[in-house]
Structures are given as structure tokens and as C-alpha cells.
Design a protein around this ligand. Structure first.
Ligand code: GLU
Length: 274
């Protein structure tokens, strides 16, 4: 198996990331990917802290990290291919909507009302106005049908309601999360995608993109999440669960990683299945 840990450097890594990285490292040849396409929220200091945090946990990536901000040409080629098949259209909807697509959606995907789906393509307007590229999901489904994916020996079938005209890229960013994710998982030869269960809603559209782009199908494992003991989600603004703070407090990272894999959490934390 080839696995990856793919943090977004928009904050320091926390206990939930440690669990995610430990699972990936225990499941196969372990790769690191820096998902820094959201240039507004990514910070060099957070990128720099990731290898230190992993080393403290005793988790060593097998290769230097793949850095998404350097891979624009690969995403551009994938977008061109979808456009060439008539599966992508320009969308002029709001900037907030477009920015949200750059980072992984941890939770339900909001549905796009279809405002720009049937506009005639106008390259002159595109040259002037900020826009994004959306996947024409109806056209895509007509080509490949509803996708399925495997988790262990279970086969899951996506429903039409799980899929939407997601943003693929925007005028000034070569890819949004889903497109970059499938292009990079394939480029790295990832055979098992391990990530939190909050990202399971991303799997149907990512499987569909793999089918459209003739990319190999990885297996999936969506793991449970670490929360505060009372069930509140870990947030990047809390100091308590950051790995840097735990390291500064003298906690042994290797023991922490081993304990997490055994299902043992430090005091004050709990598990959530969704
Ligand atoms: N970058 C995403 C995150 O920070 C992970 C995306 C993935 O594993 O597919 O949660």
C-alpha cells in the first residue's frame, strides 16, 4: 500500500492530525503532501512545522513532500482535458463561494444552484472577470455513470445527491481541492487514501474525477475523529491540542502515536464517528 498524509498548512498540526498521520504511516509506504493551494490562509511557518511534528511522532515520510503550490501545470492539464470533453464551464458567482473550494470541505458540500451552467462561453468576459471552472456533473454522469468506492471489503455506491457542480479551478488558482487531490494521489501512486470521516463526502466526486481522467482507483479508509472530551471539534485556534504545545510540555511523541493507534487518547479528549 502507498498512503499519504495531506495537511493544509493553515494552522499548527493538532492531535487529530497526529492520529491521521499515524494511521497513514501504519498502513503503507507513507508520503507527505502539503495542501497549500489556499494562498490566503497557508503560512510558511506552518509548512515548516509539519516535518518537525512528524519527526517527533516518529513518523518519517518515504520521500520529500509533494507541494501543491508547485504543481499548477499538472492541474492545468487535467482541467484542459475536462474542458476538452465538454465537462467544465466558467462560473462568475461570488468570490467567497470560489475561495471556499480551495480547502477540503470538512462536512456537507453545499449544492450549487446552477446559475452559470448554461451561459454561452465568452472568452472575452473570462479574460476580464474573475471566474471559476465548474464540473458539469450531469454531463459527467452521462459519460461515466455514478461512481463507487471501496473501503476495506465494502463497496459503496454514490447517489446522485452526493454529487454537485463542484469548483475545479479558478482564474487565479490552478486547482481547487478535489481536482488537486485526485491528480496528486495518482501522481504519487497512492493506493490507499486514509483521512478523517469528515472528508467522506468528498469521496464520490473524487472517484468520479478519477474515472473521467482515467486515473487509477485507490482504496479508502475514513477514520474516526479526535474531539475534546465533551465532543467539541478540535480547532486550529485552540492551543491545547497542538503537537507543538505537547512537545513543549515534554510529552513523548512516539508514545503518543503508538497510543493513538491503540485507541488511547490523552485525558480531556474523545472520539467521534462523524
Ligand atoms: N488537506 C486536507 C485537510 O487538511 C486533507 C485532504 C485529504 O486527505 O484528502 O484535512
Amino acid at each position: 500500500m502507498v498512503t499519504r498524509f495531506a495537511p493544509s498548512p493553515t494552522g499548527l498540526l493538532h492531535l487529530g492530525h497526529a492520529y491521521s498521520a499515524a494511521i497513514a504511516a501504519a498502513s503503507g509506504r507513507f508520503l507527505l503532501r502539503i495542501e497549500d493551494l489556499d494562498r490566503g490562509r497557508s503560512r510558511a511557518e506552518f509548512v515548516a512545522a509539519i516535518p518537525d511534528d512528524l519527526a517527533w511522532l516518529g513518523l518519517t515520510p518515504a520521500e520529500p513532500p509533494l507541494v501543491q503550490s508547485r504543481r499548477g501545470a499538472h492541474y492545468g492539464a487535467a482541467l484542459e482535458r475536462l474542458r476538452g470533453q465538454g465537462l467544465a464551464y466558467p462560473c462568475f458567482c461570488t468570490r467567497a463561494d470560489i475561495t471556499a473550494a480551495l480547502t477540503a470541505p470538512h462536512g456537507a458540500i453545499p449544492h450549487y444552484p446552477g446559475t452559470c451552467r448554461s451561459l454561452p462561453d465568452d472568452p472575452a468576459r473570462r479574460a476580464e472577470i474573475a471566474h471559476s471552472w465548474r464540473l458539469d456533473i450531469a454531463a459527467a454522469l452521462a459519460r461515466t455513470g455514478l461512481p463507487s468506492w471501496r473501503e476495506g471489503d465494502r463497496l459503496y455506491h454514490a447517489a446522485r445527491a452526493d454529487l454537485d457542480d463542484i469548483i475545479l479551478a479558478r482564474k487565479d488558482a490552478p486547482a481547487a481541492y478535489h481536482l488537486a487531490c485526485v491528480v496528486d494521489d495518482a501522481a504519487s501512486g497512492v493506493t490507499l487514501v486514509t483521512r478523517g470521516v469528515d472528508l467522506r463526502p468528498s469521496t464520490p466526486v473524487q472517484r468520479l474525477l478519477q474515472n473521467l481522467l482515467d486515473l487509477p482507483e485507490p482504496g479508502y479508509f475514513h477514520h474516526r475523529l479526535v474531539t475534546h472530551a465533551e465532543g467539541r471539534r478540535l480547532a486550529k485556534r485552540d492551543r491545547a491540542p497542538t503537537l507543538a504545545a505537547m512537545r513543549a510540555d515534554g510529552i513523548d511523541g512516539r508514545t503518543l502515536a503508538t497510543n493513538l493507534l491503540a485507541g488511547q487518547l490523552p485525558l480531556g479528549f474523545g472520539w467521534a464517528d462523524a
